[in-house]
Design a protein around this ligand. Structure first.
Ligand SMILES: Nc1ncnc2c1ncn2[C@@H]1O[C@H](COP(=O)(O)OP(=O)(O)OP(=O)(O)O)[C@@H](O)[C@H]1O
Ligand code: SF4
Ligand SMILES: [Mg+2]
Length: 318
């Protein structure tokens, strides 16, 4: 997936391959610009073209290739069984509708998808019960408000209540807790875990924060320069990282800060110039050597993970 920018093309996603099972939370982690949102929007088919250019590849959802069908907006996306939560929740909620009515609409979407009759009165009661499930204390009161009358944390809870009402097969959450304080963040993560357990929906969870991914994800895919550099079970990624970029991300977590509180950042920043045909992390990698310049490293299976690094086999993309 590329973007046509003013002067050149940006290769936003390259050779990305992922799968999500029902009841599984897959985390996509990486620094700013690594392609996380592009991946989320591509799966949701919410990328508009132009500027996005689809260069090939398939998105299999329940066995059908949906990569060529356009949902042309959030409403028709939701009819397909995919539900998306954005970092800025005002992108998802209708500012002109009361909270209660937006959840009732989500119940209507579910009824329509399952070709079942829709009862508005019952849906209103259901809306309140979902608000309670996502731990909104004053559910009856919040239900009557408009989005601008509730906090950012409450809005994300309302989005999760909508997901409960709609029961998508796939929930895509792009940095759903990034704008929230730490306490609210951990409460929302707990709600997400509960919802997954209760409904068995699959979740694509995008975050730049490995610690957050560690709380909620079963598996983690680490992205850099539009490619998955390492993917595996959460414990393997957090406690036995293999790719130097993953190691750098872990070392730069606040829990690993130096005695004076300063963070151990990965040196430099991503710049795509001159990286065609080599490991894209090479200019920043403390372990870079000649073999890293011979081609784009292929993914190597290592101990239950996939690692795109020559340290685990000098294999290159064709
Ligand atoms: N509409 C667009 N037009 C041109 N280039 C874009 C567009 N959207 C994203 N890009 C570029 O694609 C690359 C991936 O961007 P993306 O937003 O997917 O990254 P991200 O990992 O979500 O970053 P962040 O953590 O900052 O949200 C970046 O180089 C970005 O500049
Ligand atoms: S291939 Fe080389 S440059 Fe790339 S991550 Fe591995 S050691 Fe570092
Ligand atoms: Mg993003």
């Amino acid at each position: 997936m590329d973007y046509r920018a003013r002067r050149n093309e940006v290769h936003a996603l390259k050779d990305v391959s992922l799968s999500i099972q029902q009841g599984e939370v897959l985390g996509v982690v990486g620094e700013s610009g690594s392609g996380k949102t592009t991946l989320a929007l591509a799966v949701a088919r919410l990328l508009s073209s132009p500027p996005a250019i689809h260069r090939g590849g398939r998105i299999l959802f329940g066995g059908s290739d949906i990569s060529r069908t356009s949902p042309s907006g959030i409403d028709s996306l939701r009819g397909t069984g995919i539900f998306m939560i954005f970092q800025d929740p005002f992108l998802s909620l209708n500012p002109l509708m009361r909270v209660k009515d937006q959840i009732v609409e989500a119940v209507a979407v579910r009824s329509k998808r399952g070709s079942r009759p829709f009862d508005r009165g019952a849906a209103r009661l259901e809306a309140i019960s979902h608000l309670k499930t996502v731990r909104i204390g004053d559910a009856e009161d919040v239900a009557e408000r408009y989005p601008h009358q509730i906090s950012g944390g409450q809005i994300q809870r309302v989005m999760l209540a909508m997901a409960l009402a709609e029961r998508p097969q796939l929930l895509i959450a792009d940095e759903p807790t990034t704008a929230l304080d730490v306490t609210t963040q951990s409460q929302i993560l707990a709600v997400i875990k509960d919802i997954v357990q209760q409904t068995k929906m699959g979740v694509l969870f995008v975050t730049h924060d490995l610690a957050v991914a560690g709380v909620v994800c079963n598996r983690i895919a680490v992205m850099y320069s539009g490619m998955i550099q390492e993917a595996g079970p959460t414990d393997k990624i957090l406690f036995e990282p293999k790719h130097p970029y993953t190691m750098g991300l872990i070392n730069s977590m606040p829990s690993k800060s130096k005695g004076d509180g300063s963070l151990i950042a990965i040196k430099g920043s991503y710049n795509p110039v001159g990286l065609e045909g080599i490991c894209s992390f090479a200019p920043r990698c403390p372990l870079a050597r000649e073999a890293c310049q011979k081609g784009v490293p292929a993914q190597n299976p290592v101990d239950g993970s996939m690692v795109r690094c020559v340290n685990y086999g000098e294999n290159y993309e064709p």
